[in-house]
Design a protein around this ligand. Sequence first.
Ligand code: SF4
Length: 578
Amino acid sequence: MKKPKFEYLPTTREEMKERGWNKLDVILVTGDAYIDSPYIGVAVVGRMLEKLGFKVGIIGQPDIKNDEDIKRLGEPKLYWGVSGGSIDSMVANYTATKKFRNSDDYTPGGKNTKRPDRAVNVYTNLIRKNFKGTVPIVLGGIEASLRRITHYDYWTNKLKKPILFDSKADLLIYGMGEVAIEELSVALRDKKDFKDIRGVCYISKEPVLEHIQLPSHAECLADKEKYIDMFDAFYDNNDPISAKGLCEPVDARYLIQNAPCDYLNEQEMDALSDLPFTRELHPYHRHEGKVRCLETIKFSINTHQGCWGECNFCAIGVHQGRTIRTRSEESILKEVKKFTEYKDFKGIISDVGGPTANMYGYECKKKLKHGTCAHQRCVDANHLCSSMKINHKRNIDLLRKVRATKGVKKAFVASGIRYDFITEDKEYGYEYLKELVKHHISGQMKVAPEHTQQHVLDLMGKPGKQTLVDFKHMYDKLNKEEGKKQFLTYYLIAAHPGCEEKDMHELKRFTTEELEMNPEQAQVFTPTPSTYSAVMYYTEMDPVTRKKIFVEKDIHKKEKQKAIVVKKERIERNNFAG
Ligand code: SF4
C-alpha cells in the first residue's frame, strides 16, 4: 500500500513545519488519544476538514497540569474544536455504581489516567486560561451533544444547565454534525455570520421567536413535569426534515438550538469512509503503549449511521438520529479490499455492522420523505409500525460479498442485532440468521433482551419475552441443522427505572428455566444524559402516563439486583439442542 507523504494530521510544531504550516486554521482537542480511525469522531472531523483544504491539528488528551501542552500547536486562525472524546467523560470515568474505572480503551497503555472529569469544561477553561480573547471555542462530540439542553446529571444527581453555560464555550455542534462543521468552518473563514447554520447551538441575549419556546431551566428545576415537557419537545425535534429550532430560557439568557443539519446521503457517506485514515494510534502517543479500542475497531466496518430502535436507556438515536444513512456496497467492499493490503491483517474482520447491525439497507419511505413521526415510534415494546418494512436482503447480499473477498477468512457481525426484526421479517429473517449462524459468529451470539418483565420492558422500550423465546427456537433449530454447538448470551440490565428486586428474581427464574442459562452479562443501569430512562430516573415518573414509578436509587440495592441475576444456578438441560 502506497503511503501518503503525510500520514497523520499534525500534533506538534515539528509536524506542522514538515507540512510548511506556520499556523493552523483549526485545532481539535479531545479526551481520547489521537486515534486515526473512521470510528473516532475527532479523526473523522479532522480528515474531513483536511480534505476541504483547512489546516488542522489535533491535541489528544492534553496534560491539564502543564499549560505548555495545550499551547504546543499555537493558536488557530479560525476556531478550537473541543470534544470530551468517544464517550462522555463521566461515563468513561465512573461505573454505574459511581466507582472510578481504572481502565480506558482510548488511552495509550489502557490506564485511565488522562481523561479529566467533565473533559469538555476542563479543556475549554484550559484554552481560555492560556489564550485570552481567543477565536471561538466550538464544542462537539457525544458529551457536548447530549448535554446541550437542561439535562439530568447522575454524578451530581441534579439537573444541569446546557453545557454551553457551564463550559463558557462559544458554540456547540450537535449530533453527527458533518454538514454543520463544514458550513461553520466556511462561515468562520469567510467571516460570515454563523447563527443561522443548522445543527448549531449558541447562547443569545434575545429569544428566537420562530423557534419552539421550551420551559425555562428554572421551571424544569421547580417542576419535574415541566422537565418532561421540555425533554419531549427536545426529543421530537431531532430530525433534519421535520424538526424546528428550540429556545430555552436559562437565567437571563437563552440557549438557542437551530434545527438539525442535513444527514449525509449515500455518496457523502462513502466519501467520508474513503478519507485516508491510517487506522492506527498517532506516533505521538505510542511510547505510552497501545490503545485497546483498536483491537476491535481497526479492522471493523461501519455500514451505516443512525438507529430507530429507541431503547429508552440509549442515546444513539438522539445523537446519530433515527434515520438510517447507509453506505453503498461498493464503498464497503472497497474498504474490505483495503484491509487486505495491511501487513497486520490476518483475514479477520472484527465487525460488519453499525449501531444496530440489521438496520442496514432499508428504511421507512414516509420517514425518508417527511422525517421521523413526532408522536409515534417506529418500534416500541409491543408494536412495529406497519410503514417499516423490515428486509434483510441487502444485508445478506453484502455479507456474502464481504466474506467472498480474497484475503478474508472470517467476517464477524459483532454489533448489536435486533432479534425481533429477524422474527418479523418473514421473507428473509430466517435466511439472515442462517448466514450469521453459519458464517458470522463464533461459538456464541450476543443478544440484548435487557429484561423479561413486561412492565420493565415497556419502560425500556424493548420487545416482549415471547419474541426472545421465538428467536431462541429459531436459533437453536438452525444450529442443530448446521451441526453447530453455538450458544446465545444475553445482555441484561439491573435497576432500570420500574425494576424491583422481585423483577430480578423473576428474570433469574426465566433465564434459568426457559432459556436454560446463567446470565453473566448483567450491568447496573446508568442514567446517561438525554435519554428517556434518565428522565424516568430523575422524575420517578413514566414520561408517557406521568404516573409514579419505582426507581431504585440505593447503590447497594442496585448491586443486589445485579447479584440476583448473575448468581450461578445448576442448569440441567442441554443449552443448544433446542
Ligand atoms: S411512519 Fe412509522 S416507521 Fe415511518 S417514521 Fe413514522 S413511526 Fe417510523
